[in-house]
Write a protein that binds this ligand. Structure first.
Ligand code: PAF
Length: 283
C-alpha cells in the first residue's frame, strides 16, 4: 500500500473505524506522541515489514506528563511528523484530539502494580497510569494484530506487556531496539531541547552504560559495583545531574545486590530542564 499514495489522516473514532474496516490485515500499530525521529522511523519500518497495514497514532497524552511545563514544552510539528511517517511507510496516520480520546464523562484508569513503582514510576508520579490508560485505549480502538514499542523506554515496555497479558489484550507487543546517534546518544524527542553544550555532554549516558557492560563482561555480578561504575562515569561530566542509576532484575525491576542471571542497567539524567533516560540489557 505504501509509497503510491500519501498516508490517509484520520482524526475521529468514526474516521478510524471506517479506515480500518477497509484495511488489509494484519494491522501493525505504532503508538507515538509525535516529534518523530529515526527511532520512530525504525518502528514504522519494522511494522511495514511485518504487516499489510501500518497505522501510526500521534497523540501527546496529557495524562502521562507529571509536569505541566513538560507537556507544554513537548515538541509538536504535525507536518514534519506526517512527512516522516509517510517516508517510513505508514498507511494511516491517526491524530485524535484530547476530547476524542477522553470523551466527556471519561472516568477509567488502568493501573499496573509493582512494576510501575521504581525508577521512572518513583521519579514521575502518575506517569505510568497515564501511559497504561492511553495505551489500553489505543489498543482497544485500533484492534491491531501487533503494536510496536521502543526498548529505550524499557520500563514502559515491561509495564505494557504486563497490562496486555493481565487484561487479555489480543495485540502482540513487539519490542524494537534503541536507535542511537553516531556518538551513542539514544534518539529522543527531548534531544532537540538540549543546549549545544548539553548535547555535547549527553553521550555520557551511553558511556556510563558501556562502563557497566564492560564490568559485567569481565565477570562482575555485584549490582552496587555496576551502579558505582555508572555513577563514576557520569561524575566526569559536570553538566550531567543523575536522577537515578539502576542495576535491576529485567523481570521485576527490583535493584540487584549479588546476582547470577541477566540484569537491566538504566538511568535518568538531567541536563538543566531536559531529562534523558537510557538503558542496556546485560545478559
Ligand atoms: O512512548 C511513547 O511515546 C508514549 O508513552 C506512548 C506509548 C505513545 C503512549 O502515549
Amino acid at each position: 500500500m505504501s509509497g503510491a499514495t500519501l498516508p490517509q489522516v484520520v482524526r475521529t473514532r468514526a474516521q478510524l473505524r471506517e479506515a480500518l474496516a477497509e484495511a488489509p490485515r494484519p494491522i501493525g500499530l505504532v503508538p507515538t506522541m509525535g516529534a518523530l525521529h529515526e527511532g520512530h522511523a525504525s518502528l514504522i519500518q519494522r511494522a511495514r515489514r511485518e504487516n499489510a497495514t501500518v497505522l501510526i497514532s500521534i497523540f501527546v497524552n496529557p495524562r502521562q506528563f507529571n509536569e505541566l511545563s513538560d507537556f507544554r514544552k513537548y515538541p509538536r510539528d504535525e507536518a514534519a511528523d506526517r512527512r516522516l511517517a509517510d517516508s517510513a511507510g505508514a498507511d494511516i496516520i491517526w491524530i485524535p484530539s484530547v476530547a476524542d480520546v477522553y470523551p466527556a464523562g471519561f472516568q477509567t484508569t488502568v493501573t499496573v502494580g509493582a512494576l510501575t513503582e521504581p525508577l521512572e514510576g518513583a521519579a514521575r508520579p502518575g506517569h505510568f497510569e497515564g501511559v497504561t490508560t492511553i495505551v489500553a485505549i489505543l489498543l482497544g480502538l485500533a484492534g491491531a494484530e501487533r503494536a510496536y514499542f521502543g526498548q529505550k523506554d524499557a520500563q514502559q515496555l515491561l509495564v505494557i506487556r504486563r497490562m496486555a497479558t493481565d487484561l487479555g489484550i489480543g495485540t502482540e507487543i513487539v519490542a524494537c531496539p534503541i536507535v542511537r546517534e553516531p556518538d551513542g546518544l539514544a534518539m529522543s524527542s527531548r534531544n532537540v531541547r538540549l543546549t549545544p553544550e548539553a548535547r555535547a555532554a549527553a553521550p555520557v549516558l551511553r558511556q556510563a552504560l558501556l562502563a557497566a557492560r564492560a564490568r559485567y563482561e569481565a565477570g562482575e555480578r555485584d549490582g552496587e559495583a555496576l551502579r558505582a561504575a555508572m555513577r563514576e562515569m557520569l561524575a566526569k561530566e559536570p553538566l550531567a545531574e543523575p536522577e537515578y542509576v539502576s542495576c535491576a532484575s529485567p523481570e521485576t525491576l527490583n535493584e540487584l545486590d549479588r546476582f547470577d542471571g541477566p540484569a537491566l542497567v538504566s538511568m535518568a539524567v538531567r541536563f538543566g530542564s531536559v531529562r534523558l533516560i537510557d538503558n542496556e540489557p546485560l545478559a
